[in-house]
Design a protein around this ligand. Structure first.
Ligand code: NAD
Length: 257
């Protein structure tokens, strides 16, 4: 078991990457604190784990709220005794996020509150707990859009993911000697609710697939395996990385026909 005796907190654990990671981490021996704004889906993740004999607890939290983030970390320590892995994964992509001219301040602020402040607050309360555990691993979900510009703009989302990369690098540098590793996971376009609600026709999906050398969308499970590596001691010399798991999209200039 690759996460035997570890305690992992995962935000956005009710869906997509967060759920798949929660299931995989639990199957690899971790006790999982599943955090989500959506109580029903978060509880569902926990039931799926406990039904298979794993250990997990649910905390309803809005990662953009300091009090909620303090409470989710407290839950990990009071229920499971410690925190070893912090996966700041919750994120939103707003339907009205557009270019600079058309994006409203409200959409910009909400996107940054969840995608950037949420990661900051997770670290603000999580790092002291990781210190108490003698070190640990933080994984922050960024995106391939932090590395490439797109002609279909989502300016607030793109900028927020760039901020996640920048803060992850600095945290990795600051905390390296405390044995706290910090890496950013950069998923490519995935076959999850977050993206598929926009790519809702075959034509739109094909337009996007043109850019992915592998010619398909990624699956949340494939991100979970990358997170598993970053969470486990197998990645003990990996910190400050931009871990791209993207079917080659950031490597490509022209893709095969
Ligand atoms: P998803 O929408 O399937 O899951 C996100 C989860 O986060 C949901 O369960 C939602 O309830 C929860 N959430 C939203 N706001 C929250 C808040 N304020 N507090 C707590 N929980 C909240 O999305 P996903 O595809 O699994 O995405 C997970 C992460 O991966 C996000 O950070 C996203 O930006 C990133 N990402 C996704 C893709 C993609 O193509 N799907 C690509 C690159 C990066």
């Amino acid at each position: 078991m690759r996460l035997q005796d570890k305690v992992a907190l995962i935000t956005g654990a009710g869906s997509g990457i967060g759920r798949e990671t929660a299931l995989l981490f639990a199957a690899q021996g971790a006790a999982v604190v599943a955090v989500d704004l959506n109580e029903a889906s978060g509880e569902e993740t926990v039931h799926a784990i406990t039904n298979r004999g794993g250990r997990a607890g649910f905390v309803r939290a809005d990662v953009s709220k300091a009090e909620d983030c303090r409470a989710m970390v407290d839950h990990a320590e009071t229920t499971f005794g410690k925190l070893n892995v912090l996966f700041n994964n919750a994120g939103i992509s707003h339907a009205e996020d557009d270019d600079a001219v058309n994006t409203t301040e409200a959409v910009w602020d909400l996107t940054f509150a969840v995608n950037v402040k949420g990661v900051f607050l997770g670290c603000k309360y999580g790092i002291p707990a990781l210190r108490r555990a003698g070190g640990g691993s933080i994984i922050n979900t960024a995106s391939f859009v932090a590395l490439l510009g797109a002609a279909t703009p989502q300016l607030a989302y793109t900028a927020s993911k760039g901020a996640v990369l920048a803060l992850s690098r600095e945290l990795a540098t600051v905390h390296a000697r405390e044995k706290i590793r910090v890496n950013a996971l950069c998923p490519g376009p995935l076959n999850t609710e977050l993206l598929m609600k926009y790519l809702d026709t075959e034509e739109k999906r094909q337009r996007r697939l043109v850019h992915i050398p592998m010619g398909r969308f990624g699956e949340a499970r494939e991100m979970a395996y990358a997170a598993l590596y970053l969470a486990s001691d197998e990645s003990s010399f990996v910190t400050g990385s931009e871990f791209t798991v993207d079917g080659g999209i950031t490597a490509a200039y022209v893709t095969p026909e």
